[in-house]
Design a binder for this molecule. Structure first.
Ligand SMILES: NC(=O)c1ccc[n+]([C@@H]2O[C@H](COP(=O)([O-])OP(=O)(O)OC[C@H]3O[C@@H](n4cnc5c(N)ncnc54)[C@H](O)[C@@H]3O)[C@@H](O)[C@H]2O)c1
Length: 385
C-alpha cells in the first residue's frame, strides 16, 4: 500500500525546478510577515533572483531582507508604483495587506508583470472584477496564493468527488476556526478595516471555501444569507500583551452563511477567529451515493485533522472506509506554491490557482457582508470579464 501511494506522490511532483537559462527577476511588494516566507522560498529556487522590494513604511523592506540574509543585489522602493516604474521584472509577489491587493496587482499587470497575489484575492467583488480585467488586458499570469491546493490530502478530496463515489453532491458543511486566536503577529493590520477590510473571513474563511468549492468545480453562487459578528475582537483580554488593540478592532471575528450554488447544492458555512467552543465541526460533503467526512483541525492550517471517512454502500451494505492521510513529497505547501508559480511563468502555463475560480470565492465573501448589511438574503451576480 505505502509503495503504491509513494508512486502516486512522485508522479504528482514530476515537474522539477528548471536550472540554467536566464533567471526570473522577482520583486516583493509589501515586506511584512508573509513576505519573509516568500523571500526565503524564492531564495531556494535556482531559477529566481529577487531584484527589488518595496514597502510603504521606510526601512521595513531593507530590514526584512537583512533578516533573511540578503544584503546585496536588491533595490528598495517606497511603494509598488515606484518599484514597478523603475525595474524590469518578470514576477511580483503581492504581500501587502488585503486592502491594497487589488491596486498593487493591477499596477503590476498593467506594466506587463506576472503576479502571485496573496490570499484573499482582495476585499470586494468589484476589486476582483478589476483584477480580472487587468489580467485579461495584460495577457500575464495572475495566481492567488492558496497553498493548501498543493496538499495531497486536499487533492484527494477533489479526486473523491470527481470519481463519482459521492454521486450527486447536494449539501456541504464547512468552515473552521479557533477557540481564541485573533492574529496580531506584527501589529494590527489583520484587525483594522483600512488595512484588512475583512477579518476572519479573509484570513481563514476564504481557505475553507476554497477547499470545498475547488473539490466540486467552483459552481456559481446564486444567493447568500450572511451573518458576521465581532464579540471577541473588541475585548482587551484577547490581546494579553497589547490590550489597546481592542480599541482599533473593526472587522469580523466570526461569519456564517447559507449559500445556494448552481446545480442544487447548498453550502452551510461558518468561520471564527474566536468562539466559545473548540471547533465549529468537521467538513462534510453529502451526495446521493456517499458522504465524506473531513475531520476539522483545531485551527485552520490547510489540511485535514486526521484520516477522512467515506460513507458509502457496497452490495447493499452500509460501509465506512478510512482514507489514509497522504504524505506530501515536498517540505512545505507554501514553498511548493512559489515553485509552481515560477514554473508556470517560465513554461507559459496557465495560473495554478486561477482568478476564474477565486472570483467566485470573493463573490461569496462580498455577498456575506452585503447580506449582513441588508439583513436578508442577497443574490450574487458575477459580471462577464
Ligand atoms: N498564504 C499564507 O499562508 C498567508 C499567511 C499570512 C498572511 N497572508 C496574507 O498576506 C497578506 C499580508 O499579510 P502580512 O501579515 O504579511 O501583513 P503585514 O501587515 O505584516 O505586511 C503588509 C505590508 O505591506 C505593506 N504595503 C501595503 N500596501 C503597500 C503598497 N502599496 N506598496 C508597498 N507596500 C505596501 C505594508 O506597509 C506592510 O508592511 C495578507 O493579505 C494575508 O492574508 C497569507
Amino acid at each position: 500500500m505505502a509503495d503504491i501511494l509513494d508512486r502516486f506522490e512522485s508522479d504528482d511532483h514530476s515537474e522539477k525546478v528548471v536550472t540554467g537559462g536566464p533567471k526570473l527577476r522577482v520583486g516583493i511588494i509589501g515586506c511584512g510577515w508573509i513576505a519573509e516566507a516568500h523571500i526565503l522560498g524564492y531564495k531556494k529556487l535556482p531559477n529566481v533572483e529577487i531584484v527589488a522590494a518595496c514597502d510603504l513604511i521606510p526601512g521595513k523592506a531593507e530590514a526584512l531582507f537583512e533578516k533573511c540574509g540578503i544584503t546585496s543585489g536588491v533595490n528598495f522602493y517606497p511603494s509598488d508604483e515606484a518599484m514597478i516604474a523603475a525595474e524590469k521584472l518578470d514576477l511580483v509577489s503581492v504581500c501587502t495587506y488585503n486592502r491594497t491587493h487589488a491596486s498593487c496587482t493591477i499596477h503590476a499587470l498593467d506594466a506587463g508583470i506576472n503576479v502571485l497575489c496573496e490570499k484573499p484575492m482582495c476585499v470586494t467583488l468589484d476589486e476582483a472584477v478589476e483584477m480580472c480585467k487587468a489580467e485579461k488586458r495584460s495577457g500575464k499570469l495572475l495566481t492567488i496564493g492558496f497553498q493548501p491546493r498543493y496538499d495531497l490530502n486536499m487533492k484527494e478530496i477533489k479526486k473523491i468527488v470527481e470519481s463519482g463515489a459521492l454521486g450527486k453532491v447536494y449539501y456541504i458543511q464547512t468552515g473552521g476556526g479557533r477557540r481564541r486566536g485573533i492574529p496580531t503577529p506584527y501589529g494590527t493590520s489583520f484587525i483594522q478595516d483600512d488595512t484588512a477590510g475583512i477579518g476572519a473571513m479573509g484570513d481563514i474563511g476564504c481557505y475553507s471555501l476554497d477547499m470545498v468549492l475547488n473539490a466540486i468545480g467552483y459552481p456559481k453562487p446564486l444567493t447568500v444569507t450572511g451573518f458576521k459578528s465581532d464579540y471577541f475582537g473588541k475585548r482587551p483580554d484577547n490581546y494579553p500583551t497589547h490590550p489597546e488593540y481592542a480599541e482599533v478592532f473593526n472587522v469580523d471575528d466570526f461569519a456564517a452563511a447559507f449559500i445556494r450554488l448552481e446545480g442544487g447544492i447548498v453550502l452551510d458555512f461558518r468561520i471564527a477567529w474566536a468562539m466559545n467552543i473548540d471547533s465549529p465541526g468537521d467538513t462534510i460533503i453529502l451526495g446521493t451515493e456517499g458522504g465524506l467526512r473531513i475531520p476539522a483541525t483545531r485551527d485552520w492550517n490547510g489540511t485535514t485533522g486526521g484520516p477522512m471517512l467515506l460513507y458509502h454502500e457496497i452490495a447493499g451494505q452500509q460501509v465506512t472506509t478510512e482514507i489514509p492521510l497522504l504524505k506530501n513529497p515536498f517540505s512545505s505547501c507554501f514553498e511548493e506554491k512559489l515553485r509552481d508559480t515560477v514554473e508556470c511563468v517560465i513554461n507559459n502555463r496557465p495560473a495554478p490557482v486561477p482568478t476564474s475560480q477565486i472570483i467566485i470565492n470573493q463573490a461569496i465573501i462580498d455577498a456575506i457582508f452585503r447580506s449582513e448589511r441588508a439583513g436578508h438574503e442577497v443574490t450574487v451576480e458575477i459580471p462577464e470579464i
